[in-house]
Design a protein around this ligand. Structure first.
Ligand code: SF4
Length: 200
């Protein structure tokens, strides 16, 4: 069984699903099996809620200020388990919870997710990736097609109502001009944007 909780550097992460509706050209999953303390992040099958809770019970999170849901998959593909795990962690530890997401949770679950995750989430980091729907489809190849981009923007706006810290991120595989367009879009939404280095 792959690691459900792993550390990378001095940070700790939850890897609760391998499902994802995208196939981003820069996805870290194509780089290898594991990351940080995890030999592999590929689950033989999706972990159950009980297995996720057992993994939390088997890991001492005291000493960490934050835990991030960020594995080899999109956390909102496992929304029920995400909610159970997030609430369970909050009930046991005084720790900040971050979700790294592709922002497609509403399309994946066919409902608005911001309020649902807002109950236990301190920070949400949403992958913006591109300045417009067409480029988003080229780079992230979502199964939902071009409507994905508007869904991400809508999700981000909703998150601002329920989650204290909302931010965008992108990987610098797009042009400087496109990064600038993303910056403007983020500014207009009053959401900070982090540009990350592409690492092979
Ligand atoms: S959304 Fe994230 S997990 Fe999914 S393919 Fe893109 S980078 Fe990989």
């Amino acid at each position: 069984m792959a690691d459900i909780i792993y550390t990378y550097g001095d940070k700790v992460y939850m890897n609760i699903t391998n499902r994802c509706p995208c196939r981003c050209s820069f996805c870290i999953r194509s780089n290898g099996e594991g990351l940080g303390s995890a030999e592999t992040l590929w689950h033989e099958r999706e972990p159950s809620a009980e297995e996720i809770i057992a993994a939390i019970d088997g890991f001492d999170l005291s000493g960490f200020q934050e835990i991030a849901f960020c594995g080899y998959g999109e956390p909102l593909c496992a929304l029920d388990n995400l909610v159970k795990a997030g609430n369970y962690i909050k009930s046991k530890y005084d720790i900040q919870i971050r979700i790294n997401t592709n922002g497609l949770g509403d399309l994946i679950n066919n409902k608005s997710c911001a309020k649902i995750i807002g109950g236990f989430t301190d920070t949400v980091s949403i992958s913006l990736n591109a300045p417009n729907p067409q480029r988003y489809v080229e780079l992230s190849r979502p199964s939902f097609g071009e409507k994905s981009f508007d869904a991400i923007i809508e999700f981000a706006k909703e998150c601002k109502k329920f989650i204290r810290t909302v931010r965008f991120s992108l990987v610098n595989v797009i042009s400087e001009q496109e990064i600038e367009e993303c910056r403007k879009l983020a500014r207009d939404l009053d959401i900070p944007l982090r540009v990350r280095e592409y690492t092979k």
